[in-house]
Design a protein around this ligand. Structure first.
Ligand code: AHR
Length: 497
C-alpha cells in the first residue's frame, strides 16, 4: 500500500524570498580527524595528493557540493583556541592540548593562513568562530586586524611577514560558541553584555557594514536565551543569531550509527523534525524585536549524533552515515528552505570524519556519505527563489507516535528552472504525491533519487558506491498536475522546465 500526499506548488504566490546558499554551509572543528587527516595531511605528505597540505580529493568533492561557507575552528575548541599560536613558521609554533576532544596534543600546524587559503581553494566564505570563553577582546580584534586590515598596522604587517599581502576580508564572525555551555557556562544576560563589548570593538579595522557578527545562540528549545539576547543586543551590533540542534535520541544512550533499530530510526527523525518547531518559535521571538527580519537565524550546528564507531577514540566523534542521515538532511534542508526568510545560514556538523559527515577518510582513501549526496542533489536550491509548496501528507507511524511522511520544498533558479525536493521518511511505504501546479507552465520533468534497500545501508571503503543517486523515472507531468511516486526512505529532487 502507498501513502498519499497531495499539495499545491504555488508559483502564483512567490514572495521574492531567496534561499540563501549559506543554508548549505559546513563546519570544520579541531576535533578528531576533521582537520588533521580530513582536510589537512601536512605539506610533507608523500602518500596523499595535496596542495600545501590540503587534500586535493576533499577539495574537489566539496567544490562539487558548491560549499558556500565553512565554520572554523570550533565548536567548543574555538573558546580554547588562541589564533596567534597558529601563525608564523610552523616549526616554532607552540602546541595546544585539545581539552574538549580526546585530550590530544596538537602542533598548531593548521592555522589561520591554512584555513583561509583553503577557503579560497574551495570557493567558500570563511566563518571564523572567535574565542570569548578564554580569550580577550584584544585577542579577537587583533585577529580581525590580522585577516582584514589592508593598511599598515602591527597585525597586518605581521600577516605580510607571514606571507600574505592582501587581507582575506572575512565577513562572517561568531562571537563565542555555546556560551551557555562549553563556551563559559554563562547566563544569557551576562553573555549579552559581553557580546556587546566584543561586537563594539571588532569593527574598527573593517568595513562594519560588511561584517556579519553572529551571537552564540540557544541550544534547541531554550527560547529564553533567544529572548534575552534579542532584547539586550542593539540591532546595529548583530547580523545573525545562532541556534544549535542535534538529532540525538538520548545524550546518555545515543545508539549505534549504522546498526540501529526501526524504533531508533523513528526517534532520530522525531528529533530532526523538531527543527520545524524550533525555527518557527525562535523566529517568532526574533519577529517581536526585529519585525523587518534584518537579523538572520543561523543554525550553525545541526545533524545526527550517535555512539562513536566501536574501537575508535570516544573523544573523536567518528560515526558511520546511513540512509537515516540522508533522511535527516533531506528533511532539515526542506525545513530551512521553507523558512528562508529568517533562516539564512546553517552549518552541518561536521564536514569530515566527525558526526554527520559528508566525507569519510582513511589515510589516502576517501568516500562520500549518503548525506553528501543529499547536499549535492539539493544544491540546486542555492540562491534560488523560494516557491511556496503546501503539502498534505500521510503519517509515518511507529507505535502510538507519528511523523509527517513527506516534506518538500521548491525554488526557481536564475535560468528559470524549477526544482522540487521531496524526502519520504516512511521506511515501509511508497508515497504517491499529486501536486497541483499553480501559476507556472511546465512541460518537462527529470529527476534523481537517493534510496537503498535498507535504512541502515551506507558506504564503506570496500563498497564506496552502495548508496548513490540514480536517475528517477517515477514523475509524470499531466497538464497542471505532477504525479510522483516516492520509494520508501528516499530523497528525490526534480527539475521542471
Ligand atoms: O559539533 C560538536 C560539538 O557540539 C561542538 O564543538 C559544540 O559546539 C557542540 O556542543
Amino acid at each position: 500500500v502507498s501513502g498519499q500526499t497531495t499539495g499545491v506548488l504555488q508559483a502564483d504566490s512567490v514572495k521574492g524570498i531567496t534561499i540563501s546558499k549559506h543554508i548549505y554551509g559546513h563546519f570544520a572543528e579541531h576535533l578528531g580527524r576533521c582537520i588533521y587527516g580530513g582536510f589537512y595531511v601536512g605539506e610533507d605528505n608523500t602518500k596523499i595528493s595535496h596542495t600545501n597540505g590540503i587534500r586535493n580529493d576533499v577539495v574537489a568533492a566539496l567544490k562539487k557540493l558548491k560549499i558556500p561557507n565553512l565554520r572554523w575552528p570550533g565548536g567548543c575548541f574555538a573558546d580554547t583556541y588562541h589564533w596567534k599560536d597558529g601563525v608564523g613558521p610552523k616549526e616554532k609554533r607552540p602546541t595546544i592540548v585539545n581539552t574538549w576532544w580526546g585530550g590530544v596534543t596538537e602542533n598548531n600546524s593548521f592555522g589561520t593562513h591554512d584555513f583561509l587559503n583553503m577557503c579560497e581553494m574551495l570557493g567558500a566564505e570563511p566563518y571564523l568562530s572567535g574565542n570569548v570563553g578564554s580569550g580577550t577582546v584584544q585577542e579577537l580584534i587583533d585577529w580581525v586586524q590580522y585577516v582584514n586590515f589592508a593598511g599598515k598596522s602591527p597585525m597586518s604587517d605581521w600577516r605580510r611577514q607571514n606571507g600574505r599581502d592582501q587581507p582575506w576580508n572575512v565577513k562572517y564572525w561568531g562571537i563565542g560558541n555555546e556560551a551557555w555551555g562549553c563556551g563559559g557556562n554563562m547566563t544569557p544576560e551576562y553573555y549579552a553584555n559581553l557580546y556587546r563589548q566584543y561586537a563594539t570593538y571588532m569593527t574598527g579595522f573593517a568595513d562594519a557594514k560588511n561584517m556579519f557578527r553572529i551571537a552564540s545562540g540557544a541550544s534547541s528549545n531554550d527560547y529564553n536565551w533567544t529572548e534575552v539576547l534579542m532584547k539586550n543586543i542593539p540591532a546595529n551590533l548583530i547580523s545573525g543569531m545562532a541556534l544549535h540542534h542535534y538529532s540525538v535520541i538520548d545524550w546518555d544512550k545515543k545508539g549505534p550509527a549504522a546498526t540501529f533499530t526501526e524504533q531508533q530510526y523513528f526517534t532520530t527523525l522525531q528529533r530532526a523534525w523538531q527543527m520545524e518547531e524550533l525555527v518557527t518559535k525562535h523566529s517568532a521571538i526574533m519577529d517581536k524585536y526585529d519585525p523587518q527580519k534584518n537579523i538572520a537565524l543561523v543554525v550553525d550546528e545541526w545533524g545526527g549524533w550517535y555512539d562513536v564507531q566501536p574501537g575508535t577514540n570516544p573523544g573523536f566523534l567518528f560515526q558511520q552515515n546511513t540512509i537515516r542521515d540522508a533522511m535527516i538532511a533531506g528533511m532539515t534542508l526542506n525545513i530551512f528552505n521553507n523558512h528562508a526568510e529568517r533562516v539564512r545560514m546553517a552549518n552541518l556538523a561536521q564536514a569530515i570524519n566527525v558526526l554527520q559527515a559528508v566525507i569519510l577518510t582513511d589515510e589516502e582513501k576517501m568516500i562520500l556519505t549518503p548525506t553528501y549526496h543529499v547536499m549535492e542533489m539539493y544544491n540546486v536550491h542555492q540562491d534560488a527563489t523560494l516557491i511556496p509548496l503546501n503539502l498534505k501528507t500521510t503519517d509515518f507511524v511507529q507505535g502510538q507516535e507519528k511523523l509527517p511522511a513527506v516534506t518538500g520544498s521548491a525554488s526557481k533558479d536564475a535560468s528559470g528552472r524549477t526544482h522540487i525536493s521531496f524526502t519520504n521518511i516512511d521506511s515501509r511505504k511508497n508515497q504517491k504525491v499529486t501536486l497541483e501546479l499553480k501559476g507556472s507552465k511546465l512541460s518537462s520533468v527529470t529527476g534523481r533519487v537517493l534510496a537503498s534497500k535498507a535504512i541502515q545501508d551506507h558506504n564503506t571503503f570496500q563498497e564506496p558506491d552502495k548508496v548513490k543517486p540514480a536517475p528517477f523515472k517515477d514523475a509524470k507531468l499531466k497538464k497542471n498536475t505532477l504525479e510522483v511516486t516516492l520509494p520508501p526512505a528516499s530523497v528525490v529532487v526534480l527539475e521542471l522546465k
